[in-house]
Design a protein around this ligand. Sequence first.
Ligand code: ADP
Length: 482
Amino acid sequence: MRLILTILGLIATVSAAIGGAVGALSTVFTGTSALQTGLIAAGVSLLALGLVNIPIVLLSQREMERLKRHVASSSEGFSEGAYRAPFWIRPVSEAFARAAGAWSDRIEGLQAKLRDVEIRHSVAEAERRSCEAILNSLRDAVLVTDPFNELALANEPAARLLGFDLTQAAHRPLDQIISDTSLRRLIDEVRQSSVVNKQKHVEHPLAANAGEPDDGGIFDITLTCLPDGHNGSGGVVTILRDVTREKEISQMKSDFVSQASHELRTPLSSINAYIEMLIDSEADSEETRQEFYAVIKHETDRVSRMIDNMLNISRIESGIVQTELVEVDFVKLGNEVVETLRPQAALKKITLHQKTGPLLYSAEADRDMMYQVLVNLIGNAVKYTPEGGRITLIVDNDETSRSVLVTVADTGLGIPPEAIENVFSKFYRIESYKRVAKGTGLGLNLVKHIVETVHHGQVGVESEVGMGSRFWFTIPYEFKCD
Ligand code: ADP
């Protein structure tokens, strides 16, 4: 650059000298005034400067253009061939080359760093995705909050349970996501306690949110405070496990045990009383003794029936019942039960009928269980129908539910409306019918369990006091496993 400036300086000096010389000569030979001489000298100097400079400027422009093209082509990754700069522009081109080399080194370094960052990013992204997949595969709801009490991570069950949109919830404050104030307070307390990695367990009821009304219930909540790397609290992991069903089952079990012991006490104390009377020789005649033995036998049978029913119900409830599925012909089976109970019905002059169409009425079911269902329903009809009544067993197909439909209709006492919804409950007996017939209050509950829990069918009753009852159940043609 200094060289170019020197050349331009020389050119200017030579032009000025030429201008001066021409001015002086014109004064000598033409006798012009000093002002005219100065103007002539300046004009000639400018002309000389222009004549010399224009080619130099054009040449420089052409060289600069070549240099620019070379730099541009090199930076775009292709070269138009080797460029050799003329001597007067070489320092500029060499400076360019050095700067380009330094830039290319820096770019390579940055590219390597970028590749490294990209690899780290894709590893972190894969880890995040697998972490999300693990969280979403859990049935329990999981929430992770950060030190600022904002949501860092959550899974689908948590979004469903607490009613927030998973895609919009990240990094939002908890009070904008969770409406349950007690749960928010719990999370906040654990975060502020800063007792890192110590778990806190709480049992907490959660109301169902509007979108998922089935999701409310009792939850076992585990809260763990996370470390933040500076001996402080980094956030909280909250796991919510639905224990509603477990609670219900344990409540059911304890109700069952207390009801069962209450129900067993009555026949057992009756047996005990009659045995004591026999021991104390209070039965003085053989006839009275026989009467006592009959009562003891009857009560013992009742206890044994009750125990059988209780065991069957609890096996079904706890899911350990074994089923042997076969194609059951309900007309044949119904006939068998009707013939077994006919003598019992005949004692009360009750007539037993069976109504069926010409088709085949069969479904896949456990035959012994179906036998028990029919014995309980027809047996009840016999028990709660006064003398001279009529019982009809109807076997039909219900194409809508693709099931066999069995109905036991009687002309008996009927069931009062307020008792209808209770007759399938454990140990429920209509108070005023207790004198009519002995029972355990477990028969219909067992029927419901066998039909609905084991065979995925349905059971129901329609009844009118004084007119009789229609108990019905359906068994799907094909057994469907859970
Ligand atoms: P139980 O051993 O007392 O018969 P169930 O569970 O079979 O027990 O029936 C529960 C109660 O429902 C019976 O005690 C009775 O009060 C009423 N019930 C059942 N079947 C009939 C029926 N066909 N007609 C009138 N009442 C009935």
